[in-house]
Design a protein around this ligand. Structure first.
Ligand SMILES: *Cc1c(COP(=O)(O)O)cnc(C)c1O
Length: 427
């Protein structure tokens, strides 16, 4: 459920006409619905009522401070994958005891930052990371709380780029080897074993892969218990999919019921790391048509709608061939035409949609790219020296800018001209 709907032919976000906001802030911009964000968080989190659990929002899906702050206010934690995300989570007011740190390549400085911040858990992904964490914790005179991210070798049946729980993926420790790591960790003075974690991929539309990995994790936890190693946390990761087009992912309640049933009799606290499912359908990307053009070839004609948003603003179509529905902000009559909706970037791969049926549009019309809240702004870049776009949050009949549009001056911030002599030609 979300709060983006047409009212009398005008596209609205909650009680605000999208076109009014566009007039005020300019295009392109990301537009988030606060009601949708809260609703999604509460639906997901409350589905696990009845068992001890912690919902840690995967910050990489959408890392704006206001959104992290909103989830923190609803009792959420954060799943982070870098020192930068840790800084964001803390700045947004997330309780460090609800922060878990995932990722294959944590640097020494990042491990130290996590320890200084007093986070709940490090999801360790290799023997070398464990050794480094022990060393850093020892120099600080603290004990590092640790889960190992195991790789359950389960096929999530999703896009190859976003599957992470197969043996061939770089993530986690194979379950067969993880046991030795726990034994090793038990002998380390500055390591406190807390849990087992896994995360098998993103945009999953089936429950069975989650349950299959949970079973493997449960068996593994039982094996650890036999060796006298107790586990307080079982972390199932994120990955629940959403509807972009015609996908039919399970409702969070079905997902939660299946997990709760599988966890019957287990004492550990469940940790979840949802990203996409909380934010994906809670935002749109609003863009303005700049030009329309027809390129006629020998045997075909191709229609292009050139808009002011591009692959640097929303990478998913170019990166994964991902589908985003695109609708006019003012409902249009006329027979739909097949068009490519493309940005201004000098790459053939710069498109938001290909061969898409769109009612006829003209220069100056606004389009809404739907389901853009997850891996939208957070993946955006400055490629082609394009300032990053504004982010706006709607709450009922009000809106607030939660990130102002970057300026061209900010683009070159931090860049330095070389201090060579003026005449120097490199000699
Ligand atoms: C990306 C990621 C998530 C979130 O995945 P979604 O598909 O957005 O729910 C959770 N945990 C880890 C470790 C991740 O890398």
């Amino acid at each position: 459920m979300n709060h983006f709907v047409y009212k009398n032919g005008e596209f609205f976000c909650e009680e605000m006409a999208v076109a009014d906001i566009a007039r005020a802030v300019g295009t392109p911009f990301y537009l988030y619905s606060r009601a949708t964000l809260s609703h999604h968080f509460q639906t997901f989190d409350s589905a696990f009522n009845g068992i001890d659990h912690l919902t840690c929002f995967a910050v990489k899906a959408c890392s704006n401070l206001s959104i992290l702050h909103l989830f923190a206010g609803l009792g959420g934690g954060a799943d982070i994958v870098s020192g930068g995300e840790l800084y964001r989570a803390i700045t947004a007011g997330v309780n460090p005891q609800r922060i878990i740190y995932s990722g294959v390549g944590k640097t020494e400085a990042e491990l130290r930052f996590g320890l200084e911040s007093g986070i709940l858990l490090f999801n360790v992904e290799s023997a070398q990371e464990l050794e480094r964490l022990q060393r850093v914790a020892a120099t600080m005179g603290v004990r590092a709380p640790v889960s190992f991210r195991v790789n359950p070798d389960v096929d999530p049946q999703t896009h190859a780029y976003i599957s992470t729980g197969l043996a061939k993926n770089k993530f986690g420790v194979p379950i067969a080897e993880a046991f030795d790591l726990y034994i090793q960790a038990r002998g380390m003075e500055n390591i406190a074993i807390k849990g087992v974690s896994c995360h098998i991929g993103s945009q999953l539309t089936l429950i069975s892969p989650f349950i299959e990995s949970l079973r493997k994790v449960k068996d593994f936890v039982a094996r650890l218990a036999d060796a006298g190693i107790g586990i307080e946390y079982i972390d199932l990761g994120g990955g629940l999919g959403i509807t972009y087009d015609d996908e039919q992912p399970p409702h969070p309640r079905e997902y939660a019921e299946a997990i709760k049933a599988e966890l019957e009799g287990t004492r550990a606290t469940l940790i979840l790391e949802p990203g996409r499912v909380l934010v994906g359908n809670a935002a749109i990307l609003v863009t303005e048509v700049q030009y329309t053009k027809n390129n006629r070839g020998v045997d075909q004609e191709k229609k292009f709608v050139v808009v002011d948003a591009a692959m640097n603003d929303l990478a998913r179509p170019s990166l994964y061939g991902a589908f985003h529905a695109i609708v006019p902000v003012r409902e249009q009559g006329g027979a739909p035409e097949m068009v490519d909706i493309v940005g201004p970037i000098c790459e053939t791969g710069d498109f938001l949609a290909k061969d898409r049926a769109l009612p006829p549009v003209q220069q100056g019309d606004l389009l809404a790219v739907l389901s853009a809240g997850a891996y939208g702004f957070s993946m955006s870049s400055n490629y082609n020296s394009r300032p990053r776009v504004a982010e706006v949050l709607v709450d009922g009949s009000h809106y607030t800018l939660i990130r102002r549009r970057e300026t061209v001056e900010e683009l070159v911030n931090g860049e330095l001209l070389p201090k060579f002599a003026e005449s120097g030609h490199g000699h």
